[in-house]
Design a protein around this ligand. Structure first.
Ligand code: HEC
Length: 189
């Protein structure tokens, strides 16, 4: 009796242990064998069956500006003469522009935009006077005649020894600084 029982039991184990590819029971097959989807491949999950998703609504592309449409090239600089300052020029915005100028520009361009800031390095301190009427800039205008767009361009993309300030200042802050620089352009040497 015991022998027969042992025989049946071992037959049962032999049969069941060989089932299911010999890997035993899988309680959560998805976890053992997850479906791999290629980034740009197709799938059955999304309605358009494409894996690459579109950015969500309202996504802002890196480097995108909503008030200034010119790139960092010379062509972009020349074309930026037509850019308009969206910030109203009043006592408050001018004051904010002055404060920002003092924080971000004064150490090179000096208190009144005539140079002589606290930076004494020969390269970084070789700044043109904002009221300069002699040396022509990239746009064939002297410093005193630079348009708001030119100034915004210089702040955003930099020029030679002057680094770009796009990561430090919002668009609005840059336009406020432009307002203040325009005041400094009027100050005689
Ligand atoms: C590290 C020093 C430094 C800082 C900080 C700096 N500048 Fe300049 N900036 C310069 C130098 C040097 C030049 C001259 C570059 C050249 O002509 O090669 C210059 C040039 C300019 C010009 C002329 C650009 C043109 O198109 O000819 C403007 C306008 C200007 N800076 C505005 C600013 C403003 C506004 C700030 C603050 C947000 C600022 N700069 C911060 C060093 C600096």
């Amino acid at each position: 009796m015991l022998n027969r029982f042992t025989l049946i039991l071992s037959c049962f184990f032999v049969i069941t242990s060989c089932s299911n590819d010999g890997r035993g029971y899988e309680y959560m097959p998805d976890m053992y064998r997850s479906p791999s989807l290629e980034t740009y491949g197709q799938n059955s999950i999304f309605s358009d069956s494409l894996n690459a998703r579109k950015p969500v609504e309202g996504t802002i592309a890196r480097g995108y500006l909503s008030t200034f449409y010119y790139d960092g090239s010379l062509e972009g600089y020349l074309a930026s003469k037509d850019a308009e300052n969206p910030i109203e020029n009043n006592l408050e915005t001018l004051q904010e522009g002055k404060e920002l100028y003092n924080m971000f520009c004064k150490h090179c361009h000096g208190q009144n935009g005539a140079g002589g800031g606290s930076i004494t390095h020969p390269v970084y301190s070789a700044v043109p006077h904002y009221n300069d009427n002699i040396t022509l800039r990239r746009c064939d205008l002297p410093m005193s005649k630079l348009k708001p767009g030119h100034i915004f361009h210089a702040i955003t993309y930099g020029l030679n020894a002057m680094g770009p300030h796009a990561s430090q200042l919002t668009e609005e802050e840059r336009w406020k600084i432009v307002l203040y620089v325009q005041e400094l352009q009027k100050i005689e040497k």
